[in-house]
Write a protein that binds this ligand. Structure first.
Ligand code: ADP
Ligand code: FBP
Length: 418
């Protein structure tokens, strides 16, 4: 197997260093490499708040003002999350109900220390700066709501991902069994459900079996984010905890809701639960659903391999998810060992001439009489755009619609001389 996977550097500073070395060329503009080497580097979007600060003149200054960056000794940086106490400084706190829970009260040090933070980088050198840290998640000794006071709601937005129902179930059961909350509502069909549908009362009983089903029992949608209408409804219905499960688009929407809530001075906590099938979030170890997606991709690759082996010069072409991220394609490729070539959005390639994809295909067919190609759906968009005019069409959430790399490659391969 000779996989061709090259991802850009793994942090902002490295990216800047590379850009300087390249005379200002950005990582994504790196020249395509010929199909020979096997090289893997991983990059996930990082430092959201630091970026906001650095780009303060380019983006809104109001957004940059919400960024909570503090510095400590030896280059320690805390990139913190917004909190109710930022704009309600006198908000009272209460003992965490978990301390009376039979399963948790016996566990020493169950609660997370207020000051715990987690370093962004695990690998350091003797003299390196301590670097960026994030607030550690987990139950605190004191909480900001009394159980009886809580009126929580849960919404799922944007694209589907395996595990959504499991997350909904755990939120409902956790709130109910661990925090004694009994007013929990499901918002139907994404953001628009805040103002256009009934709120569904959910209990541990109603969500008991949902983790065995695919999709999201609450429904989801794209578009429909009307901040004012959403917050009006949250306020009118007395909701004070909002759990928002979704991808990057959804989290941008959650941030808008948070800003509006903060502007109105409401005691409403907004919690974003990151959902991405792509696993391209730097500040969590792994996103839920990613493993299932890679596992499912294996099945497609296995079948493509069987088909390719059964025909002389057979080529199995598997298109996988990944608009801007090659993690699913890359992990599935590395696990499979049957893939000859993996094309991902982060790594430019070219078709014709020395070191091009077509030459590589011919070489592999000569050597092996069959091959398997895995392609993430966002790969090669720049090349296709040269032969097919790319439209500016968008989905309801404003995401650009991609050109179909699968069909395009199939056509290119079919017209190869036999
Ligand atoms: N910049 C934004 N501001 C407010 N809402 C947004 C923004 N981007 C996306 N949304 C909303 O978030 C929801 C999900 O976004 P989408 O991009 O479809 O999926 P995902 O969250 O999976 O990336 C949609 O309802 C969309 O309207
Ligand atoms: O076909 P759709 O529904 O637009 O979604 C497909 C795309 O969504 C993504 O999985 C991203 O979604 P998430 O990161 O929010 O899970 C892309 O990588 C993928 O190609």
């Amino acid at each position: 197997m000779a996989s061709h996977i090259i991802l850009p550097p793994d942090d902002e500073e490295q990216r800047q260093r590379d850009e300087e070395e390249d005379g200002g060329q950005s990582a994504s503009e790196h020249a395509p490499l010929p199909f020979s080497a096997m090289c893997v580097r991983i990059s996930r979007d990082s430092y959201p708040n630091l970026r906001a600060l650095r780009n303060a003149s380019a983006v809104s200054l109001a957004d940059a003002a919400y960024a909570k960056i503090s510095e400590g000794d030896f280059g320690y940086v805390l990139d913190d999350v917004p909190h109710l106490a930022d704009y309600l400084p006198d908000i009272p706190t209460y003992p965490n109900p978990l301390q009376d829970h039979p399963a948790y009260s016996t566990v020493k040090q169950y609660f997370v220390n207020e000051d715990d933070t987690v370093p962004q980088k695990v690998v350091v050198q003797k003299n390196s700066r301590r670097g960026v840290h994030f607030r550690r998640a987990g139950p605190r000794q004191r909480v900001y709501f009394e159980s009886d006071e809580v009126k929580a709601c849960i919404v799922t937005c944007g694209g589907l991902c395996p595990g959504l129902n499991t997350v909904i179930r755990e939120l409902v059961c956790g709130l109910s069994h661990m925090y004694n909350v009994n007013k929990i509502y499901g918002i139907q069909n994404g953001y628009k459900g805040f103002y256009s549908s009934n709120y569904l009362a959910v209990t541990p009983k109603t969500v008991n079996d949902i983790h065995k089903r695919g999709g999201t029992v609450l429904g989801t949608s794209r578009g429909g984010h009307d901040t004012k209408k959403i917050v009006d409804n949250i306020q009118d219905r007395g909701i004070n905890q909002v759990y928002i499960i979704g991808g990057d688009g959804t989290q941008k929407g959650a941030y808008e809701i948070y800003k509006e809530i903060r502007k109105r001075g409401l005691k409403v906590a907004v919690a974003g639960v990151p959902k991405t099938i792509d696993n391209d979030i730097a500040i969590i170890d792994k996103s839920f659903g990613f493993d299932s997606a890679v596992e499912e991709a294996q099945r497609a690759i296995d079948s493509a391999h069987v088909e390719a082996c059964s025909a002389e010069n057979g080529i199995g072409l598997v298109k996988l998810m990944g608009r801007y991220s090659g993690f699913i394609a890359m992990y599935a490729t590395l696990a499979s060992r049957d893939v000859d070539c993996c094309l991902i959005p982060e790594s430019p390639f070219y078709m014709d001439g020395e070191g091009g994809l077509l030459q590589y295909i011919e070489k592999r067919l000569k050597e092996n009489k069959h091959m398997v190609i895995v392609v993430a759906e966002g790969a090669g968009q720049d090349i296709i755009a040269k032969s097919i005019p790319s439209s500016d069409q968008q989905d309801a959430s404003g995401n650009k619609l991609l050109l179909d790399i699968g069909l395009w490659l199939t056509h290119k391969i079919k017209i190869l001389p036999t």
